[in-house]
Design a protein. Structure first.
Length: 91
């Protein structure tokens, strides 16, 4: 997993700025790739499973993803861990 700062556009237009995301890119055959990752969000942001996200990484790479899972930890009630999976190439 590599760490990046990202701009995240949400389908509800409540974008997130300068979010630290952890991204894993897996190279597949014929130049194809899959990618996934996670980031910490404020619970008040209300990110839900299956929500569509558009990420722009600090490297200039862009891609769309779907939220695969959200995890709330009662020890840190103000934060939710958001897991996502890329729906297309990260280019």
């Amino acid at each position: 997993m590599t760490s990046h700062l990202a701009h995240i556009e949400r389908s509800n237009r409540k974008d997130l700025e300068r979010v630290e995301v952890q991204v894993t890119i897996t190279e597949m055959s014929a130049g194809r790739q899959s990618w996934s990752g996670e980031f910490m969000s404020r619970s008040a942001d209300g990110i839900l499973p299956n929500e569509r996200l558009a990420l722009t990484l600090d490297t200039g790479q862009k891609g769309t993803a779907r939220v695969s899972e959200t995890r709330f930890d009662s020890r840190t009630p103000d934060a939710t861990i958001v897991h996502f999976t890329g729906t297309g190439p990260l280019a």
